[in-house]
Write a protein that binds this ligand. Structure first.
Ligand SMILES: NC(=O)C1=CN([C@@H]2O[C@H](COP(=O)(O)OP(=O)(O)OC[C@H]3O[C@@H](n4cnc5c(N)ncnc54)[C@H](OP(=O)(O)O)[C@@H]3O)[C@@H](O)[C@H]2O)C=CC1
Ligand SMILES: O=C(O)CCC(=O)C(=O)O
Ligand SMILES: [Mg+2]
Length: 417
């Protein structure tokens, strides 16, 4: 029984088969979280654009029944002051298999822990998939933005990002620091009396399942390389472990062989016969190389925090976070979301670029097998950017642009379908 979720009268659930393939009815029910901040602006525009693309592609034969589910500030209004992530929201996202969400606010320092991270952890959405591609005409800070064509596979369930930490001065922090010093012989905590302290779990299992998906993606999409990005020289048993387990998996499960004694490896794509290189890069060097030699990188497999930084950096390289889409995936459940956050200063102003959430929805349509509707969105995004009718983020950097609002850009996309 739903407490506040209204299940649409029409529509059916998407279901999952034993091999994790999905069955998508012509009228699927798709849960969505509106999101905090600019979520109120971009989510309705996303829905309007997706509905238009689906109507145009299938002439009424297919249609999404949207079902609002709640998280974040809106949830506290609907369910009560302390209910940020209701159990029925988690249940619906799992049960209906495919969903999409707007951004959710996380306060810095104190306050609630990230609801975005909680959703990923609770549903074990262990892959954060963020493709980075260039649309011709988008203003970019680099000279040859078209050379950036990468797909980030960010581990989504572990790392320092999991939020296992204790505040400075609390019993928990004191107890853990005492244990580390007295029982583990740790001598390197510089200021033990005044340290907050966090734990960074990184496992072989977690690494293997993420890297397996990244390599399989390279095979399925005929990509030339998979780069493991880590800081394993410093964090040897977490980030270094990630690197070693990733290489070992490439060898064990994909038959990769050492190149010139290693550590780089290669194997033949079983589908195309072309070579796939498995290599690694230390995170700081990687961040300068993606600017200087972006065409040497294709599929990226990395840890949670590195993946967070790399996502925004690469998004900027191809014109910014206004068109940076993403997905959170488990073997069966998929929840799509933009790379950016709630951009609070623009909330409710019908101002920001809805492109990231719309392109996340495009990934969702592709995941559902609704390729014609997905293609319409990509084509219309390219046409709309070329027409220079764009939101503030692009308009401020483009010569001769006409600035449109968030909803205005949605209308431009629909006109150009
Ligand atoms: N998955 C999620 O739900 C995420 C949530 N967050 C949360 O969002 C909140 C705000 O985070 P913050 O660090 O400010 O990062 P944001 O990504 O929300 O915003 C940073 C800047 O990015 C630009 N930007 C963001 N969204 C858009 C858009 N749709 N169109 C065009 N430009 C955009 C704006 O740049 P400019 O100022 O140049 O116009 C904005 O000031 C925090 O609480 C954070 O925790 C953050 C990331 C992901
Ligand atoms: O959860 C948050 O508030 C931030 C998350 C984030 O930046 C991301 O996943 O890219
Ligand atoms: Mg981020």
């Amino acid at each position: 029984m739903s407490q506040h979720i209204k299940v649409p009268a029409e529509g059916k659930k998407i279901t999952v088969n034993a091999d994790y393939s999905i069955n998508v009815p012509d009228n699927p029910i798709i849960p969505y979280i509106e999101g905090d901040g600019t979520g109120v602006d971009i989510s309705p525009v996303m829905i309007k654009v997706v509905d238009a693309a689906v109507a145009k592609a299938y002439g009424g034969k297919k249609k999404i029944s949207w079902m609002e589910v709640y998280a974040g500030e809106k949830s506290t209004n609907v369910y009560g002051p302390d209910v940020w992530l209701p159990a029925e929201t988690l249940a619906a996202i799992k049960d209906y298999v495919v969903s999409i969400k707007g951004p959710l606010t996380t306060p810095v320092g104190g306050g609630i822990r990230s609801l975005n991270v909680a959703l990923r952890q609770e549903l074990d959405l262990y892959v954060c998939l963020r493709p980075v591609r260039y649309f011709k005409g988008v203003p970019s800070p680099v000279r040859e933005p078209e050379k950036t064509d990468m797909v980030i596979f960010r581990e989504n369930s572990e790392d320092i990002y999991a939020g296992i930490e204790w505040q400075e001065g609390t019993d928990g922090a004191k107890k853990l620091i005492k244990f580390l010093i007295e029982e583990m012989g740790v001598k390197k905590i510089r200021f033990p009396e005044t340290s907050g302290i966090g734990v960074k779990p990184v496992s072989r299992e977690g690494t293997e399942r993420l890297v397996r998906k990244a390599i399989q993606y390279a095979i399925d999409n005929d990509k030339p390389s998979v780069t493991i990005v880590h800081k394993g020289n410093i964090m040897k048993f977490t980030e270094g472990g990630f690197r070693d387990w990733a290489y070992a998996l490439a060898q064990k499960e994909f038959g990769a062989e050492l190149i010139d004694g290693g550590p780089w490896m290669k194997f033949k794509n079983p589908k195309t016969g072309r070579e796939i290189i498995v290599k690694d890069s230390i995170a700081d060097a990687f961040l300068q190389q993606i600017l200087l030699r972006p065409n040497e990188y294709s599929v990226i497999a990395t840890l949670n925090l590195n993946g967070d930084y790399i996502s925004d950096a690469l998004a900027a390289q191809v014109g910014g976070i206004g068109i940076a889409p993403g997905a959170n995936l488990s073997d069966s459940v998929a929840m799509f979301e933009a790379t950016h956050g709630t951009a609070p200063k623009y909330a409710g102003k019908d101002y920001v670029n809805p492109g990231s959430l719309i392109l996340s929805a495009e990934m969702m349509l592709r995941h559902m097998g609704w390729l014609e509707a997905a293609d319409l969105i990509i084509e219309s995004m390219q046409k709309s950017i070329s027409s220079k009718k764009v939101t503030y983020d692009f308009a401020r950097l483009m010569e001769g642009a006409t600035q449109v609002s968030c909803s205005g850009f949605g209308d431009v996309l629909i006109e150009n379908m």
